[in-house]
Ligand binder design. Structure first.
Ligand SMILES: Cc1cc2nc3c(=O)[nH]c(=O)nc-3n(C[C@H](O)[C@H](O)[C@H](O)COP(=O)(O)O)c2cc1C
Ligand code: SF4
Length: 454
């Protein structure tokens, strides 16, 4: 039975323990301060002992494809070379770092961000197929704005090659592995999902063909970047009232099984939705973020006026009821995938307590915590809790002063989502809930984030 402190191998690379920081928007961009911004964001987790740092989604092309403001692009090898300063800093602490590769496709920000669209009037969105009628309706009603370019077969191969090129530059810059953004409604999910993919070439028409893009991306990465560890998020799509064609949990399990056969080294099963909503960030309606006086003008600019801002806020309120917080909400999906594959399965989404982590890993030392249950996963990850406590690892891992196997350490993050909405303005990803920040301050004063060796 594994514990959080046990090492694990992914694709031949040893990760020193089973705790990972899940990908989170860093808003570091590509400017002169980008590398320092990434170091500031990611190094504290490594310093605190976290075994694997997954950098947030980075875009494989130079134009379009960003889902939100401030995303970093990795199409330019000269820029990526500069990231070796980041990877060295992570390695100095004994941790590993994977970069996540992404293209937004129909989820690119010019489709929803009014100011960005006006600043970039010529942008087309790469589309797997013509947008589904539900999205065309939202376009006609003025909530979204599409100018899709449906990829030809050759262009799909070109896009896969861009993933391969970005991976090769990343390996040169010292990244230990490649992570694909397969389940946050970006272009990888758009290829996998029958909601988006109506192609009739080798990339569509059947579940196997919808996986072909990930097969070609795999081959491109292997050819250009060698045997670097390669993993991806795997989606299962949540029910929606007017969506008939979607990926069920069983479809997600089957995708994971096939990915292992193709040669992927690890999978991250994630329940998501076919569109923008709170399915991947379950939690409360972020009242404080929406009523922040200082951000109203920027929200208006992003959403295209006060009326549309109010409608998005209302949609957010409704979604927070549908996607209320649920502890470890991907557990069942991970468990089912793990029964069918022999590569590591990484679990994330609502994991908040050390005891829960032990239980998911099947390595609880206490009977009352469920000893004997089959593991749901091989590594456990968190995202928002790292905004709340950048040095969280020190509190959770035994090597830290605050960590203690019997203590059932709970993270401070309340899943209130006050950190998420301000990011539509390009604001940095930080915790914005005063009570949580106060509690962090107290823990800092108590030395809870120190490690004996630091
Ligand atoms: C602000 C924000 C940005 C995110 N960015 C990414 C991303 O770039 N790629 C990705 O795969 N998931 C992304 N996620 C999803 C997280 O990796 C994670 O799956 C999700 O937040 C649930 O985990 P948590 O409950 O521990 O926060 C993001 C989540 C948040 C809140
Ligand atoms: S604002 Fe802070 S407490 Fe709320 S979800 Fe974000 S990180 Fe967690």
């Amino acid at each position: 039975m594994a514990t959080l402190e046990d090492p694990i191998e992914i694709g031949g690379v040893t990760i020193p323990n089973r705790l990972y920081r899940a990908p989170l928007l860093e808003c570091a961009g590509n400017g002169p301060d980008a590398v320092d911004a990434l170091i500031d964001d990611l190094e504290p987790a490594a310093e605190s002992g976290v075994g694997l740092i997954c950098q947030g989604a980075t875009i494989v092309r130079g134009d379009g494809g960003c889902a939100a403001p401030g995303m970093t692009r990795v199409h330019d090898p000269d820029f990526v070379k500069r990231l070796s300063r980041l990877t060295e800093r992570i390695h100095d602490h004994g941790s590993r770092i994977f970069v996540q590769l992404e293209h937004g496709g129909l989820r690119s920000m010019e489709t929803w961000h009014d100011e960005y669209r006006r600043d970039h009037p010529g942008l087309e969105q790469l589309a797997v197929s013509r947008p589904p009628w539900q999205l065309r309706l939202l376009d006609r009603l003025g909530f979204l704005s599409y100018d899709p370019h449906v990829l030809s077969t050759d262009e799909v191969y070109d896009l896969a090659a861009d993933f391969g090129r970005a991976a090769a530059s990343a390996v040169d810059a010292g990244y230990d592995g490649i992570h694909l953004a397969g389940a946050n409604m970006g272009i990888v999910q758009q290829f996998l999902s029958p909601f988006y993919n109506r192609r009739d070439d080798e990339f569509g028409g059947s579940p196997e063909a919808r996986l072909e893009f990930l097969a070609v991306v795999h081959d491109e990465i292997r050819e250009r970047a060698g045997d670097v560890p390669l993993m991806t998020k795997v989606p299962a799509e949540t029910p929606a009232p007017i969506v008939r064609r979607k990926l069920s949990l069983e479809d997600g399990v089957e995708i994971a099984r096939r990915l292992e056969k193709i040669g992927y080294d690890a999978v991250v099963p994630v329940q998501t939705s076919v569109v923008w909503d709170m399915s991947i960030v379950r939690g409360a309606y972020p009242e404080r973020a929406w009523t922040n006086e200082g951000l109203q003008a920027e929200y208006d600019a992003a959403f295209g006026g006060a009326m549309r801002k109010r409608l998005v806020s209302l949609a957010n309120r409704i979604q927070s009821i549908q996607y209320d917080f649920e502890p470890a909400w991907n557990e069942e999906f991970c468990q089912r995938v793990r029964e069918r594959v022999s590569i590591p399965v990484l679990a994330e989404g609502g994991i908040r307590e050390r005891a829960e982590m032990d239980r998911l890993l099947g390595g609880s030392s206490s009977e009352s915590l469920g000893e004997g249950e089959p593991p749901a996963c091989d590594m456990v990850g968190m995202a928002r809790p790292f905004y709340a406590e950048p040095r969280l690892g020190a509190r959770l891992l035994e090597s830290g002063i605050g960590g203690n196997e019997n203590e059932r350490t709970r993270v401070l993050c309340e899943s209130c989502n006050n950190c998420t909405v301000p990011q539509v303005t390009g604001a940095p990803g930080i915790c914005r809930t005063p009570d949580v920040l106060r509690a962090r301050g107290e823990l800092e004063r108590e030395g809870a984030y120190e490690r004996p060796e630091s």
